[in-house]
Design a protein around this ligand. Structure first.
Ligand SMILES: *Cc1c(COP(=O)(O)O)cnc(C)c1O
Length: 455
């Protein structure tokens, strides 16, 4: 007992020290993998050590190799930080150690999952009777939704994939935008559906509705999935849902939306026009660990027809205690898993409706400030229409853009990744952290100006 308490106190003080270091520490990690391996030590100990000492060694050895992901000047990839209530709730999730599979065994978890699920549907403007599954991330959320979709369209064609598999069944067409996220291709690979047929997109990555219409059959004979996107990782652009969903529905297709970070636009009255028409789709994947800023790992698989999700994901075991109305187990691929919905509940309870809207609006405001600040730098160009949280900039030729990125990383004030977009190197900024302030944006712009001046 004492050993456990000592270990928790050790973890608590290291956690507070880490969080307190975020505002001023260099954002990139300062130590290499080899250095951390040496600090941790490679020899497996012959015997036990006191838990508090182990935690102390872990925290002390790892600290220089940590990247300030949760800090307010990390703008790489699409990475959220952690809202305070969600972080604290996550500690409880570990302490409670609930295996969140069965309603009858984990009433507390099931209650939190149901409330959080209903709040999410409300905030995201999605049909209130949809099923919400809590996955590890948006990759698995896309997989989960597309699995329900695949099975449902095949069922509609008289084929029971759960019973008979895919071999010998009708072909399934999958249409996705040229600018889809690679997680879609991975999900389709897992699902045995191969590569999607690509539908042309405009320069911001938005699917062209007329191209989708041309690609769809006139009748509804071929089982078809159409994958749309809310939030392009380069431009932040949203597919024109109204027209695309209508075209897909007229052709009898199942419409799925990958909205890993963008679906949250719906929670803001100022940005919900971006997702207009999106709620008419059949399924939606999003992340809570991006825009909502809960800890890893937490994605959301939302399916309008809960019975389709249950048919795809449900499992039965004689040794389980299963409820006739369904269990958390029926909505996601895993059996044993941690209580992810607790942190989502905590973030939403802490922010409230206006807090979630304010969070989205703040991220967008910072993205606009980055765009205008960078546009004013000699030789820099903003390459996307900054409609949401993503900014792509070029600094003349590819070599110079890469030099600016390298200098910026050396400087350590902020972490911004490069990418290749429309055949050219770009600086890619994703504003996703709840704690980013106006001051962080100006400090980062100063660092970008310094990097560009030297490059
Ligand atoms: C991040 C992202 C994904 C993958 O989500 P993970 O949570 O990393 O699994 C899928 N689609 C889009 C658009 C994304 O931004």
């Amino acid at each position: 007992m004492e050993a456990r308490e000592a270990a928790l106190r050790q973890a608590y003080s290291h956690a507070l020290r880490w969080l307190a270091s975020l505002p001023e520490r260099p954002v990139p990690a300062r130590a290499s993998v080899d250095e951390i391996v040496r600090a941790l030590g490679v020899a497996l100990p012959d015997g036990p050590s006191p838990p508090a000492d182990v935690v102390d060694l872990l925290a002390t050895a790892c600290e220089p190799g940590l990247t300030a992901f949760p800090g307010s000047r990390f703008y790489g990839f699409v990475v959220g930080g952690t809202e305070p209530a969600a972080l604290a709730a996550d500690w409880l999730v570990s302490a409670w150690d609930q295996n969140c599979v069965m309603r009858a065994v984990t009433p507390a978890y099931t209650a939190a999952e149901e409330i959080a699920g209903a709040w999410l549907l409300d905030l995201l403007g999605l049909p209130g009777d949809s099923s919400v599954g809590f996955t590890t991330g948006a990759t698995m959320a896309n997989f989960t939704c597309l699995c329900a979709a695949r099975d449902a369209v095949l069922r509609g064609a008289g084929w029971n994939v759960a019973h008979d598999g895919l071999v010998g069944g009708p072909p399934v067409r999958v249409l996705a935008g040229e600018s889809r996220h690679m997680a879609i291709d991975l999900a389709l690979r897992y699902l045995g559906l191969g590569r999607p047929e690509l539908v042309a997109a405009d320069d911001q990555g938005r699917m062209r509705p007329e191209a989708l219409r041309n690609a769809l059959p006139a009748g509804g004979q071929v089982p078809t999935l159409v994958v749309l996107q809310a939030g392009d990782i380069h431009s932040g652009a949203f597919d024109p849902f109204g027209e695309c969903v209508r075209a897909a529905r007229e052709a009898g297709a199942w419409v799925h939306v990958d909205g890993a970070f963008g679906l949250w636009a719906a929670a803001s009255p100022r940005y919900d026009r971006l997702t207009a028409g999106c709620a008419d789709a059949d399924s939606w994947a999003t992340d809570a660990h991006k825009t909502l800023n809960v800890p890893y790992d937490c994605g959301l698989a939302i399916v309008r027809d809960g019975s389709a999700l249950r048919a795809a994901m449900g499992q039965r075991g004689d040794y389980l205690i299963q409820h006739e109305h369904g269990d958390p187990i029926d909505k996601v691929p895993e059996l044993s898993r941690r209580g992810r919905a607790f942190t989502v509940w905590a973030a939403l309870r802490s922010l409230g409706r206006s807090g979630v809207a304010g969070l989205v609006e703040r991220l967008c405001r910072h993205a606009s400030a980055f765009a205008s600040g960078i546009a004013a730098i000699e030789g820099a160009t903003i390459l996307n229409d900054v409609a949401f949280t993503q900014v792509c900039a070029g600094f003349g030729d590819d070599e110079r853009t890469d030099r600016v990125l390298a200098r910026l990383l050396d400087d350590g004030t902020a972490w911004i990744s490069g990418s290749t977009w429309h055949g050219r190197r770009v600086m890619r900024i994703s504003v996703s952290n709840w704690s980013t302030t106006d001051e962080d944006v100006s400090r980062t712009l100063d660092a970008i100006r310094r990097a560009a001046a030297d490059a």
